[in-house]
Design a protein around this ligand. Structure first.
Ligand code: FRU
Length: 489
């Protein structure tokens, strides 16, 4: 183990001790989401099931609350909700990755845990793909890293942008899909294969943006689900388009279609936003032994940091979400294990009258699972406003406007820094049977919302003082709904 790796783990463990010994620091943390142990985290990496537990690595800069030379932090869970931090897995400590160990993926490979990641060198001017092999705790980088470089690619591209390998094995052959910036400055997904997995051959350009779906692409994933093939991509530099569901800047999309496995070309049939919230990026998926395909995303964003300056940590991950495809659309819902955290159930019907703000007994707190269902919804149903984390001073507002088919999140009065985006909205459709459901999972400082059975996901964070814990409902017209509310522990 190198000094760089040892030191990163030492800094992480000291910070975790500090948090553990302070009630105030502990209270700022989420209860069942993974949050940075210290310093800065971004993308989830290497999400994979290995030796009986779920492993999650993450882009990690333990030394400050800002992005810096990237390490791979490492945590494991058995119940998908409580995480244990392990020693930092990778540090930028070899000639192949001296400027950073960027994002990548991992898979179980026989007895071993195989990591493929991006090594950054030459003052961030060159990115290549590297391998590390481990036992679930310690990882050894290959001596002949990098294993996939420009010499593998039979055409010119921008060598400063070739990253985020997704690794998988199919019919005994290893595959890697990674993203590159092509000469028109937009993104493409390239595929390689290997038998060992040390020597790699270029296979194809499976899909490309051609400046139409953002510019450079990041963090690809590829999997088959319910008879469809799905590519996940996080495109940069998109332009806002409410009808299409895009927001300005970085987005993350599902591309549904079929991969031609002879030519490794993707026949893309549809593309849509994965999560409409402010705080969601760079998701990765993996397959659990019980057959569930789960996904986790970075619950944060590049465009503006919302975490308060005096926090010891910056960045959280979403809950693991189970994915399903219905009629060509991916549905997402929190892993079912979340239900084991429910206590104190309260349920009933709320009838709202115009101009009257309503609260329900037992419906309050900052750790909860709230399920709401409406019947007979149409574009005449007006709108519902849900205020969470609210008191006399603070309020975080979620608005469901059935007349405009718009849902919004407003954290301008939540106490969250206002030098980053405070408002986000997106368009939804009302199902033809008029049934509309919303599930809101709140954990200290995050709100993950799932609507229409998981058809829409809307993830936003807010850092209100913890005393702000009222939940209130208001509507623009008379409106009724059934609710089930659970405190989560
Ligand atoms: C996406 C990303 C990746 C890169 C990593 C660096 O958020 O830009 O493309 O590997 O972050 O930390």
């Amino acid at each position: 183990m190198t000094d760089l790796l040892n030191n990163a783990t030492k800094v992480q463990n000291e910070c975790l001790k500090k948090i553990d010994s302070s009630l105030i620091e502990k209270s700022k943390r989420p209860h069942f989401h993974l949050a940075s142990p210290c310093g800065w985290i971004n993308d989830p990496n290497g999400l994979s099931f290995y030796k009986g537990q779920l492993h999650l690595f993450f882009q990690f800069h333990p030394y400050s609350n800002k992005w810096g030379p990237m390490h791979w932090g490492h945590a494991v869970t058995k119940d998908f909700l409580s995480w244990n931090f392990l020693p930092v897995a990778l540090a930028p400590d070899t000639n192949a990755d001296i400027d950073g160990c960027f994002s990548g993926t991992a898979m179980e490979d026989g007895d071993f845990h195989l990591i493929v990641y991006t090594g950054v060198v030459s003052d961030n001017a060159v990115q290549n793909q590297c391998i590390a092999i481990g036992d679930g705790v310690e990882y050894k980088k290959l001596e002949n890293n990098p294993v996939i470089t420009a010499s593998n690619i039979p055409f010119e591209y921008d060598v400063a942008h070739f990253r985020d390998p997704k690794v998988w094995k199919e019919n005994g052959t290893y595959y890697v899909a990674a993203v590159i910036k092509t000469q028109d400055k937009s993104g493409a997904l390239v595929i390689f294969k290997s038998e060992n997995p040390k020597e790699w051959k270029f296979v194809s350009v499976a899909d490309r943006s051609e400046c139409k779906l953002g510019m450079m692409w990041e963090c690809p994933d590829f999997f088959s689900l319910d008879e469809n093939d799905v590519i996940v991509i996080s495109p940069q530099e998109m332009k806002e388009d409410l009808e299409a569901g895009w927001h300005d800047g970085n987005n993350s999309v599902f591309m549904i279609g079929k991969m031609n496995r002879n030519e490794w070309k993707f026949n893309r049939k549809s593309v849509y936003q994965i999560d409409y919230g402010i705080d969601f990026y760079a998701p990765e998926t993996t397959l659990l032994p019980d057959g569930r395909r789960i996904m986790m995303g970075w619950m944060h964003r590049w465009e503006g940091v919302s975490t308060p300056d005096d926090y010891l940590w910056t960045g959280m991950m979403t809950l693991p979400r189970e994915l399903k495809i219905n009629n060509g659309i991916v549905y997402q819902n929190p892993v079912r294990e979340l239900e084991s955290k429910r206590i104190n159930p309260v349920s009933g019907k709320i009838n709202l009258f115009v101009g009257k703000t309503t609260k329900a007994d037992g419906v309050r707190g900052r750790h909860f699972d709230l399920l709401i269902s409406f019947e007979g919804i149409s574009s005449d149903s007006g709108s519902l406003e849900i205020q969470i984390a609210s008191d006399e001073k603070y309020s975080t507002k979620i608005n469901l406007d059935f007349e405009k088919y718009e849902m919004s999140f407003d954290r301008s009065r939540s106490g969250t820094r206002t030098d980053c985006e405070t408002f986000r909205k997106f368009k939804f459709e009302i199902p033809s049977d008029g049934k509309f459901d919303v599930r809101l999972v709140c954990d200290t400082c995050s709100a993950e919302l799932f609507a229409c059975g998981g058809r829409y996901a809307f993830t936003n964070v807010f850092y209100s003082p913890l005393e702000a814990e009222e939940i209130k409902f208001t509507s623009s017209k008379a409106l009724s709904f059934d609710y089930n509310f659970y405190t989560l522990v």
